[in-house]
Structures are given as structure tokens and as C-alpha cells.
Design a protein around this ligand. Sequence first.
Ligand SMILES: NC(=O)c1ccc[n+]([C@@H]2O[C@H](COP(=O)([O-])OP(=O)(O)OC[C@H]3O[C@@H](n4cnc5c(N)ncnc54)[C@H](O)[C@@H]3O)[C@@H](O)[C@H]2O)c1
Ligand SMILES: O=C(O)C1=N[C@H](C(=O)O)CCC1
Length: 233
Amino acid sequence: MRIALFGYGKMGQMIEQIARNRGHEIVAKIDENTQDIDFNSMDVAIDFSMPEAAFGNITKCFNNNVPVISGTTGWLDKYEDAITLCNDKKGAFIYASNFSLGVNIFFELNNYLAKMMQNLPEYKVSLEEIHHTQKLDAPSGTAITLAEGVIANSNYSEWKLDNSSDTILPITSKRIGKVPGTHTVDYESVVDRISIKHTAHNREGFALGAVTAAEWIIGKSGVFTMRDVLNLG
Ligand SMILES: NC(=O)c1ccc[n+]([C@@H]2O[C@H](COP(=O)([O-])OP(=O)(O)OC[C@H]3O[C@@H](n4cnc5c(N)ncnc54)[C@H](O)[C@@H]3O)[C@@H](O)[C@H]2O)c1
Ligand SMILES: O=C(O)C1=N[C@H](C(=O)O)CCC1
């Protein structure tokens, strides 16, 4: 495949490494200073840019009939607009807050545990995410996906940063050193604590998942998720 990278930072550079190892060609490395983009040169675009840039990058891809994989987080207020535009343009699109296989299995585990715990109000739920000090958004997109999974299977109605109540699910965000991404979901009672945790050791899992999604989307039309790519039902 001929891959265009929208964003050539930590993730863009890791994706380049994984993609080349899988025999793909990187035909463009696009950043905020790029003026001219040859959309005819690419088979697929992979966007790991910045919250304020993602929707514009995705829109350009739809308008130029290029399938797009977006891993950028912090722009979900525009996600429904992206879906509408993709469908209007008969495009192909996958967004994932986290593309790693391990985290997508963790998402399923989180939903399963939430369902088991939904009639046990003695357990209070909280989420913690830890990332490197260069991360711009908080909470992480992964933590938001985890929170949405708990909310869908419990009496919690919303999530908030550092705020809790019987209906507000608290998320704590920590920024430490070069941490690639650690996510913990805690169920705490006066008797005990049940915790599930995912620890990323590096960015390879994120990048491999994004390249796998790019390979999967070729020839398809529509809006998909990593559950479709990983065939998680
Ligand atoms: N979904 C996942 O699996 C996953 C994994 C890791 C990171 N992320 C997300 O990916 C994004 C990027 O993470 P990162 O660690 O690579 O950040 P980074 O800061 O290292 O890289 C971002 C790059 O985007 C570039 N950029 C800025 N404006 C741009 C524009 N308009 N068009 C194209 N590029 C532009 C910057 O020059 C920078 O090099 C963040 O939102 C992060 O949360 C997602
Ligand atoms: O390094 C980052 O930034 C990450 N962002 C994603 C998120 O916001 O969940 C995925 C984990 C790493």
C-alpha cells in the first residue's frame, strides 16, 4: 500500500517503521506546514496529528476519495460530523481512541466486568490514566472509551475529571515522564477492590493496530471500528 501520514511525530514515526517492515510505502509525511498534498499518490491516509487538526485532515481525505484511519484523540465533538461526511462522500473511515490489540481486548473485558457489577452498588467505580508529559489532551481517548463502556452497563450517567458522585464516574489523569499509556479501572467497596489494568510498554502496539486497520479498510466503504477489524463481534 501507498500510505500518507498526517502527522509525523512520535506515532507517525513508529507507524512508518511498522509499515515499511510490512512492505508498504510511505508516500507523504504531512504536517501543519505542508502546502500541497497529492491525494492521487496515496491508497490510504493515517492521521495521528493533533486534536485541532484531525477533523480538517479527515475532511480533506473524504473530499479526495482517500480512505482514512484516524488515531488522533481529543476531537470527538466532531465525530458525528465526520461520520456524516464520510457517508455523504461514500468514503471509508476508522477512528479508534486506541488501536492496540491489547487495549481493544481490554475494552471488551471492561464491558464484561461492568455488566457483572451493574447490580452491585456497593462498588464505586473510578478510572485512572497515566501518560507522558507531552500529551496535550486529558483525559485520554482510551479512558473516555473505557468510561463509556462502564456508563453503558451501569447506573453512572456521565464521566468527569477528578469529580465523583453516585452518577458521575471519575477519571484521574496523570502525566509522568515518558509513560506510553497505562489505564486502570477500579471497583472499590468497603470490603475489597477489584481492578483491571492495561500497561503499554511502548507505542508499537498502537502503530501495528493502525497499520493493520489501514490494510483492512482497502476496498471497503463506510464507517468502521477496531471491533470490525479485529472481528470482536
Ligand atoms: N489511537 C491510538 O492508538 C493512539 C496512540 C497514540 C497516540 N494517539 C494520539 O495521536 C495523536 C498524536 O500523538 P503523538 O504522540 O504522535 O503526538 P506528537 O506531538 O508526537 O505528533 C503529532 C504531530 O502532528 C503534527 N501536526 C500538527 N498539526 C498538524 C496538521 N494540521 N496536520 C498534520 N500534522 C500536524 C505535529 O507537527 C506533530 O509532529 C494524539 O492525539 C494522541 O492522543 C492515539
Ligand atoms: O500517547 C498518547 O497521546 C496516547 N493517546 C491515546 C489516548 O489518548 O488514549 C492512546 C494512548 C496513547
